[in-house]
Design a protein around this ligand. Structure first.
Ligand SMILES: [Zn+2]
Length: 219
């Protein structure tokens, strides 16, 4: 594993490298020590390269360890919505090759497998335009949705702050601030799905469908 990783890194000239691996949490523990003591010097990555370990999103919850969030793609800056599972998505469509090539000699079997994986990569390469366009559209819709919801939240809090400020000014007593703080703490109980009712979830689903934009059918 170390050798494959070292060879892959030789072709890269980047200062930050996110290394996604199902058991990155374990493999990374003594990596720096192994690089120094075991790796040939010609395979050493530049000392300035910042290696960031990550565990693919499907695998990360299976580790069931406390304080494991450091390996989550959700908290690594700059990775967007990457889930890290793409290298394994190639497996299922190629299952049929196992029995189709089992009677071949090792050399020809390797060639056939290489040809299929190469074809998969080529399809992925020529499909990048469509993929990026699809994801761009989804990202814009999601951006609109987040903006709208955060905007609503800001308005809600501004109104509360203004109301409280006016009451404070009117009463002019610090006891009023303490009372407001107590009320706010009590009201912080999370809203469950049962509490929110179907109308709220229906509203949310509709919002997701139209990407946070005004529904053109509404007018
Ligand atoms: Zn782990």
């Amino acid at each position: 594993m170390d050798y494959v990783f070292a060879c892959a890194m030789r072709s890269l000239a980047v200062s930050i490298l996110v290394v996604s691996y199902d058991i990155a949490c374990q493999w990374f523990i003594n990596l720096r020590k192994r690089i120094t003591s075991d790796w040939p010097t010609e395979l050493h990555p530049p000392k300035t390269t910042n290696l960031i370990p990550a565990i693919p999103k499907l695998h990360e919850p299976m580790h069931k360890k406390a304080d494991h969030q450091g390996f989550s793609f959700n908290f690594i800056p700059g990775v967007g919505l990457t889930d890290g599972e793409a290298p394994e998505r190639i497996w299922a469509p190629h299952n049929a090759l196992a029995s189709a090539t089992r009677q071949q000699a090792p050399g020809s079997r390797q060639d056939v497998l290489d040809a299929h994986f190469g074809f998969w990569n080529w399809l992925k390469y020529i499909g990048q335009g469509d993929t990026l366009l699809r994801r761009y559209k989804a990202a814009v819709a999601d951006r609109n949705l987040q903006r709208r919801h955060i905007g609503g939240l800001q308005i809600h809090w501004m109104i509360r702050i203004l109301r409280n400020g006016r009451k404070c000014a009117e009463s002019g007593k610090s006891s009023h601030i303490r009372r407001q703080r107590r009320i706010h703490t009590r009201q912080r109980t999370p809203v469950s799905r049962a509490h929110s009712g179907t109308s709220l979830s229906d509203h949310f689903l509709s919002d997701v469908r139209i990407g946070g934009q005004e529904d053109p059918r509404a007018g």
